[in-house]
Design a protein. Structure first.
Length: 523
């Protein structure tokens, strides 16, 4: 019986192996007790997770959600060079591929963006295909992709429709693999299979590990570092990571954006895997260790000065660079730490009464663990956090965060603007940082701005990672606090998105029935 939505589960065994012989990965709900419905203290979240009391609930009012196929994964896989993406889906499921070609082309070649062309096909499933199956359509699409583009790899993305009708992707692939030169990689990222978008990433990495990563051949490359991230990291972050690793005499192997098929094949030859976002690349890191002996670490992420120091030290420990890393860190501190202190002084004096500026950030799991300490480093008071989801892969880290930094409120949801607007109105922070689908959170007299830019943003002011990113992010916060005019005009000129009675409720999860019973069970 699936644990999804019904059964309570205990903490995941983080040393449990991945079954790469299986067709695809388990859902993140099953593998790591993932949820996207919770509101309360972080300490209570940890306690409930350890006791196996966390579970998902249906919302009576839901505005949006995330699709493991279309929302994040499709726009990244289509940038892989030397490859073609096939959406085995109705044509609408490929909509994310539209426009992202132009978005990524906003990064100038002078910054190192490689030339690329988005190559994707769709099988355009229809009502007849739902009844009679569409294996022949998929076979034709694979042959067409090979004839048109002569790719080295073809990624075949499953959809809700192909999943519901039980399409045999592996059978079709087996029947045609010997007739095409490209490696065929099925990715079971059906939107209906999971509420958690990380499941889509897990499914992608499962396909990469099983079908694309080189299993034998070349020796290890001791200066190669696998660097995987999520969509919200910008091109400047890529440049900063390259710069810092270069000072250690190391080379980054960035995946998935703009990677070649060869970059994926050599993942098994790296000295270490050092992801920028640990939870979105957890499956890849564990699979490379299990199958190829590539060591990895999950935390910290290089966000903020201290986190970047320790991120570099972890990489140095695995690459034999401990003799040079402290020199590099000292050199970087001379440049960046005085600027961080200047930003902190300005933030500390902003209110004029000696109290810290309060901040509410909408974060993913990786940001929750990296950015909350960074807020403290900036002298800010992060009394609460909003995160898209939560699973037991970060349970110990959240527990440590509470012990080291103090307790805080946490709202776990996936792009529910009403709930996020409610919490923003309730806490009234000096600054709120928002993600997509959170427009109502901008309606406030105090400052609000985005927590990150888009993946294709080439501007230095949008950096987040490493030392340069720490300063850019701090300066970005200062600009938002100094320029509240837009938000004040927005507040005066627009109506509330929700009725006053909703804001009067004590809990943003007003439309989640059964939560009270769960809380009663917890106590």
């Amino acid at each position: 019986m699936s644990r999804h939505n019904t059964e309570t589960v205990s903490n995941v065994d983080r040393d449990e192996g991945l079954n790469l012989a299986a067709t695809t990965c388990p859902n993140r709900e099953d593998r790591a007790s993932g949820i996207n419905v919770f509101y309360g203290k972080a300490s209570q979240l940890v306690e409930d997770a350890k006791a196996g009391r966390l579970r998902n609930h249906e919302r009576e009012f839901q505005q949006s959600s995330g699709c493991p196929l279309n929302f994040y994964l499709a726009v990244r896989v289509t940038t892989i060079r030397e490859a073609v993406t096939i959406f085995h889906a109705p044509i609408g499921c490929s909509s994310s591929a539209l426009g992202y070609r132009e978005l990524y082309r906003g990064i100038p070649n002078s910054l190192g963006r490689p030339d690329f062309d988005v190559r994707w096909l769709t099988t355009n499933l229809n009502a007849d295909d739902v009844v009679f199956g569409a294996g022949e359509k998929l076979r034709h699409a694979i042959l067409e992709a090979q004839e048109r583009y002569s790719p080295k790899a073809i990624f075949i993305l499953a959809s809700c429709t192909s999943g519901i009708i039980g399409e045999d992707l592996e059978g079709v692939i087996a029947s045609v693999q010997d007739t095409v030169g490209a490696k065929l990689i099925p990715v079971h990222c059906e939107g209906v299979r999971s509420r958690l978008m990380q499941t889509g990433y897990d499914a992608f990495w499962h396909g990469v590990l099983k079908h694309l990563v080189r299993k034998t051949g070349k020796k290890k490359q001791p200066d190669l570092v696998n660097v995987a991230s999520m969509l919200s990291y910008c091109w400047q972050d890529r440049l900063e990571v390259t710069r810092l690793l270069g000072k250690l005499g190391l080379r980054p192997n960035f995946v998935p954006e703009f990677a070649t098929v060869g970059d994926f094949e050599q993942l098994s030859e790296a000295a270490v895997t050092a992801p920028l976002c640990p939870t979105y690349t957890d499956y890849l890191s564990r699979g490379l260790w299990q199958e190829h002996g590539v060591p990895f670490f999950m935390y910290p992420s290089p966000m903020g000065i201290e986190n970047t120091d320790n991120w570099l030290r972890e990489i140095a420990r695995h690459t034999g660079k401990l003799d040079v890393v402290e020199k590099v860190i000292a050199e970087e501190h001379e440049v960046w730490v005085p600027r961080l202190h200047a930003i902190r002084e300005q933030l500390e004096g902003f209110k004029g009464d000696g109290t810290k500026m309060s901040i509410l950030g909408s974060l993913g799991q990786g940001r929750l663990l990296a950015q909350m300490p960074f807020f403290h480093e900036l002298g800010l008071n992060p009394a609460a956090a909003i995160t898209q989801d939560f699973d037991n892969l970060i349970l110990d880290e959240v527990d440590n965060l509470v012990k080291e930094r103090g307790d805080f409120e946490i709202l776990v949801n996936t792009f529910q603007a009403a709930e996020q607007s409610h919490l923003t109105r309730k806490l009234d922070p000096d600054l709120t940082l928002t993600c997509p689908f959170q427009g109502p959170a901008f309606k406030r007299m105090k400052a609000a701005t985005r927590i990150h830019s888009l993946r294709g943003d080439p501007m230095e002011i949008s950096a987040q990672s490493g030392y340069a990113g720490a300063i850019a992010f701090g300066e970005f916060i200062l600009r938002a606090l100094r320029s509240p005019g837009f938000h004040q005009t927005f507040y005066k000129k627009t109506a509330d998105s929700y009725k006053p009675w909703f804001y009067e409720q004590p809990d943003p999860l007003y439309f989640v029935p059964g939560k009270e019973a769960q809380e009663a069970d917890a106590h």
